[in-house]
Ligand binder design. Sequence first.
Ligand code: AMP
Ligand code: GLY
Length: 421
Amino acid sequence: MNLLLIGSGGREHALAWALAKSPKLTRLYAAPGNAGIAKVAELCSLDVSDHAAVIDFCRDKNIDFVIVGPEAPLVAGLVDDLDAAGIKSFGPSKAAAQLEGSKAFTKGVCDEANIPTAGYGRFTSEAPALAYVRDKGAPIVVKADGLAAGKGVVVAMTTQEAEDAVQACFSGSFGDAGAEVVIEEFLEGEEASFFVLSDGRNALALATAQDHKRAHDGDEGPNTGGMGAYSPAPVMTDALVADVMARIIEPTIATLAARGTPFKGVLYAGLMITANGPKLIEYNTRFGDPECQVLMMRLDSDLLDLLLASAEGTLDKATAAWKDEVALTVVMAAKGYPGSYEKGTRIEGVEPLSSDGLEVFHAGTRSEGGNLLANGGRVLNVTALGATVADAQRKAYEAVAKIDWPEGFCRTDIGWRAIAR
Ligand code: AMP
Ligand code: GLY
């Protein structure tokens, strides 16, 4: 089969690396890709927001299957347009991608299907939102409704902070994403990510992971896209997985199917494991980044078969096998990230590191004249398999130490919570 993979992050490098192992693969194209993806795919400079151009490319290259990595093209309806052109693809329709595209939409699904989640109010103007905050008090969580690149959520520890966040949303800090605001009850517990494939009717549990969203050691500093992750998440026992499937995932899939907008693709549930059981924090409609990197390291089945089963409606016959080992990834980012940072700095020592059980997935990289250059905020994902979290952590940091990139940094404690258990 000829495949087109959309995206350019560490997530897409991990997907490309896994797809490249499939015996069904003939040619793999990636748009736009990065320097790591270029080792297993042909990069093409397609504007993926131009759906007609993507369709033309697919016809020209006889693409059999398109795999969409990031959320933006999903929410923009790329899968719908490919469908209409008769081109098979992996990922949800625009309507089903609202599970990620609108927090209020997801809350509506939770209400309809009785899914455990934080209590909330939704607001389209400032005064009632401020009144709600004053009535409920802190801690409280203020969220811009739409996609805000992970920056639209404020976990407010004081009423003042929450009021400031409400005002920021309604004064346009998040553009259209903040035109509606969801204000939520603060949930206490341990967070975990849970990944499931769906074909619209059936749900196949993949694996669990935990990420580290804060920029600095000890889970301090500003929020980022994720500074490291490991899989499995020790907090997610088999009993919890079964509970989450029965009370959160399956009702979601059933509700979207009943509405006539079935969810196909990967559903990523952000969960809070509270004293009263698991609660849904949010859905994403794509693989997590960097969670995907640890999932792909542990996957012992053909990824292409699984993604095809999601697109073709045959997930009831599919199984996913996982290595017993733990996978852990350390994100190396450009100094300054998630604020401003330099691009174009040179990185050395990456190439010889890949071995059995160790991969360096590329995120923001490009190659120029044989040199590897940083080309983004999150740049490399040093990913190791180990018998335990501590073992995988040691292997990953040993590899990090061999990478020569003075302009980069990473957290030194990825996996601490699991190790502390
Ligand atoms: P979200 O983008 O909705 O996943 O929110 C980003 C982060 O904010 C989550 O990963 C949590 O750490 C935190 N968060 C979101 N909602 C809540 C909540 N209701 N209670 C406590 N923390 C939350
Ligand atoms: N690592 C968090 C995310 O992909 O949204």
